[in-house]
Design a protein around this ligand. Structure first.
Ligand SMILES: [Zn+2]
Ligand SMILES: [Zn+2]
Length: 401
């Protein structure tokens, strides 16, 4: 089922056998991370396990790369196309590695090792390999901070894989804005001098109702969901403060901006109606994921030669990931792959699957597919050109949906 030139396929074989030679050390690494689940920005043990592993593999490692639990491991010299494989390694409270990020770390290291071996085996291909250790995916915006810190500046192409219950190359990850809204009014005795008060709870209720009314005019793919997190202190005090927390979601950043502007009108009008002051704070924002169609095709082809069967129904449910922001600056893929469970991510069953024989086995298979895809790009300038063109087109489409 192979096509292309023999020497390119030989390089792919070199990459795959380098990964095969390390099946047990890669699994040990992943199991150690799995057995010590660490939360957002507290992944110190995982950081040290991964960086010492990659040093032993002769990578040039930057520990604590702009963030305490981030790292960068490089090989292949100072120039040439730079392909970055992403590692995640944070876990969830109580249920451990229920998103299987220990496997993402395993896959990122394996792909990097495979590509490094291939580059060292030839003079006909040049390029650089980076393994990027990105902390705090679960709500910590780790990659967004790393983008701000310039960590992705010299990366040309980036790939990661994510465990799931199906093999899907183009999972849907939508844009999300989380906001905290505070209304400030004036306290007063609610029975004796109510006319002296300015009711911040009324503003919150008015905002909540206004957003609920907006729903009829929202696109089916938009979401606005929130809570009133502070509705006052006591019934006999006119509430002087109230607080709402909302998430807004849409398929693209551009659509999210439209939705957000509508919501902001409502929030302001609730303040005007009641005489309160309003403060709207964005507490974090994810971009939607733009999956590069050219890279997808290469990845699917390579994965299929390794026996991976993709689910024809395709799409996954719509979560959000900080990889979305990376995909707005660099050609990116983020395929999902089955680890042999019917359970969804963030369940205890999924935690179990993230350390199963099948889970580890599939992780190395898709890691090989990533390394092979990188070899396609590094050995064929046309493919790189197509990938960059697809990136520009798909970015343009996302900006003007
Ligand atoms: Zn997750
Ligand atoms: Zn995850």
């Amino acid at each position: 089922r192979e096509c292309g030139l023999t020497w390119q396929n030989n390089l792919k074989r070199v990459a795959c056998s380098a990964i095969d030679q390390r099946v047990s050390s890669l699994r040990q690494l992943s199991e150690a991370i799995w057995a010590n689940p660490e939360l957002n920005y507290e992944e110190h043990k995982a950081h040290s396990l991964l960086t010492s592993f990659l040093k032993r593999e002769d990578f040039d490692v930057d520990e604590k790369y702009t963030l305490d639990t981030a790292f960068r491991a490089r090989a292949g010299g100072d120039s040439g196309i730079n392909v970055a494989f992403i590692c995640e390694y944070d876990a969830l409270p109580d249920i451990g590695h229920a998103c299987g990020h220990n496997l993402i770390a395993e896959a990122g290291c394996a792909a990097g090792i495979g590509l490094k071996a291939a580059l060292e085996a030839t003079e006909s291909a040049s390029g650089r390999v980076t393994i990027m250790g990105t902390p705090a995916e679960e709500g910590g915006y780790g990659k967004i901070r790393m983008i701000e810190n310039g960590c992705f500046k010299d990366v040309d192409i980036t790939m990661m894989v994510h465990p799931y219950l199906l093999n899907v190359v183009d999972g849907v990850f939508i844009a999300r804005d989380s906001m905290v809204i505070t209304y400030t009014g004036k306290a007063s005795h609610a029975a004796a001098f109510p006319w002296e008060g300015i009711n911040a709870l009324d503003a919150a209720v008015s905002a909540y109702n206004g957003i609920s009314m907006l729903r009829q005019q929202m696109k089916p793919t938009w979401r606005a969901h929130g809570i009133i997190s502070n509705g006052g202190a006591k019934p006999n005090i006119i509430p002087e403060k109230s607080e709402l927390q909302y998430y807004l979601r849409a398929p693209t950043n551009a659509e999210l901006d439209v939705l957000k502007a509508k919501v902001e009108h409502i929030l302001q009008s609730a303040a005007d109606t009641t005489g309160c002051q309003v403060e709207v704070k964005s507490t974090g924002r994810y971009s939607n994921l733009i999956s590069n169609s050219r890279l997808e095709k290469l990845y699917v082809y390579n994965a299929q030669t390794l026996g991976v069967e993709f689910d024809p129904k395709g799409k996954t449910t719509a979560g959000s990931t900080d990889m979305g922001d990376v995909s707005y600056i660099i050609p990116t893929i983020h395929p999902m792959y089955s680890i042999g469970t019917t359970a969804y991510n963030h369940t205890r069953e999924f935690t179990k699957a993230a350390n199963s024989d099948f889970g580890h086995q599939q992780t190395l298979t898709v890691a090989k597919a990533m390394a092979m895809t990188a070899i396609d790009i590094l050995t064929n300038p046309e493919l790189l050109k197509d990938t960059r063109e697809a990136f520009q087109n798909e970015l343009e489409t996302a900006r003007h949906p």
